[in-house]
Design a protein around this ligand. Structure first.
Ligand code: SOE
Length: 381
């Protein structure tokens, strides 16, 4: 695993726990953790259960005893590491968004396609696809329970920047993060909408805004944010992105990505309306899926609150008895399970780098639309 911040902790949990709850066809070993600072990497390896640590990822991908590289660094190093790892014959799991630009994402998708010919797997970490309620929502749509999809409302709402004195983390630096709320959390909303509906966005009209242009520089990092120093610096990414999108089928969607949604901590919400029914999900109540069956007698109609923890629901049968609730970290175990299954079965895991590239094209079209005064902008391919 390369990197050891918040996502490093989450991925470590996935690698550590998945083999204990799922019967995996291969037995992953948490071999080595890489970080730029050797002593910080050693401490993280010790804490999260990796056998060794190192400070040079290039030397690591040359090692014969490493089969898979898990990239949990900021976006500015995804392309270089992933392309080198795939060329060295390693399977790759790469955090979202796939890259900081469409150009980088194209190069990564090309590298993955070439590597796939040699049986090498590449997957991008849109982990929320593997929250059981989200996977189940996708299943209901695929079974036709919603009929024709007509409208999607998706929002990813956080509030950790509402405080104008919250310091400048790497997530507020365009060179490192690529974009702000749009790429960091809007990417999840886009992927989730496309995943559940099975439909791709074809064009978008958007507006993006940096609401607080200057913040204290970081003294030290704590969680997503950190402590402030007395020096100030510019915020170079968007704080808030709003856009509408047209799907390939003609369905319309509205999207919000905000780190200024005061009171909303991690509300990834989606509501999908179809000719036969509707679905509603909120990550802040992640074990629940609301389903409306428009084919039921009118007198009985209403949103049903499904607790998605039954043994027959996706992934849940391997955990606790029904109703015993799963959390944020379980998606990372599900990601490991699906990736290891794909590698053992000789198939390509999803979401693929091509899927990650398509999301990147949507993000890029939103930025171009915002720059052009919200003109409708094709996503392209
Ligand atoms: C921060 O906004 C963040 O950690 C994102 O980077 C993750 O992708 C999201 O899952 C939770 O919020």
């Amino acid at each position: 695993m390369i990197g050891h911040g918040f996502m490093g902790a989450a991925h470590s949990q996935g690698w550590r726990v998945a083999p204990r709850f799922f019967d995996l066809p291969l037995d992953p070993t948490m071999a080595l953790l890489v970080g730029r600072d050797a002593s910080a990497a050693a401490a993280a390896a010790e804490r999260w259960g990796w056998q060794e640590s190192a400070d040079d990822w290039r030397a690591v991908i040359e090692r014969d005893d490493i089969d898979l590289i898990d990239i949990v660094t900021p976006g500015d190093s995804h392309a270089e590491i992933a392309i080198a790892a795939l060329a060295a014959g390693k399977h790759v799991l790469c955090e979202k968004p796939l890259a900081n630009t469409v150009e980088e994402a194209v190069a990564m998708a090309d590298a993955a396609a070439t590597a796939a010919e040699r049986g090498i797997a590449a997957m991008v970490g849109f982990t929320y696809r593997r929250v059981p309620a989200v996977t189940y929502a996708r299943d209901l749509v695929a079974e036709g329970r919603l009929g024709e999809i007509r409208q999607v409302r998706a929002a990813y709402l956080q509030d950790w920047l509402s405080d104008a004195e919250a310091p400048l983390t790497w997530r507020l630096d365009k060179d490192r993060a690529g974009s702000g709320a749009l790429g960091d959390i809007g990417a999840h909303a886009v992927d989730m909408a496309q995943f559940i509906t099975g439909l791709s966005l074809e064009s978008v009209s958007g507006v993006m805004e940096t609401l607080v242009a200057e913040r204290p520089r970081m003294a030290s990092s704590v969680g997503l944010s950190g402590t402030a120093s007395s020096e100030r610096g510019p915020v170079t990414v968007d704080d808030l992105a709003l856009f509408t999108g047209r799907f390939e089928s003609g369905a319309l969607g509205s999207f919000e990505a905000s780190r200024f949604a005061t009171g909303r901590k991690n509300a990834l919400r989606i509501e999908i309306a179809g000719s036969l029914g509707a679905l509603s999900f909120d990550l802040e109540a992640m074990n629940e899926l609301q389903f409306f069956d428009a084919t039921a007698p009118a007198e009985l109609q209403g949103f049903t609150r499904i607790i998605v923890t039954e043994p027959g629901h996706p992934y849940t049968g391997s955990w606790w008895p029904a109703g015993h609730m799963l959390g944020y970290e379980h998606g990372f175990s599900h990601q490991v399970k699906d990736l290891v299954d794909a590698i053992a079965g000789g198939t390509q895991p999803t979401p693929s780098f091509a899927d990650g590239l398509q999301v990147q094209r949507v993000l890029d079209a939103v930025e171009r639309s915002s720059d052009s005064g919200s003109a409708w902008t094709p996503v392209g391919s």
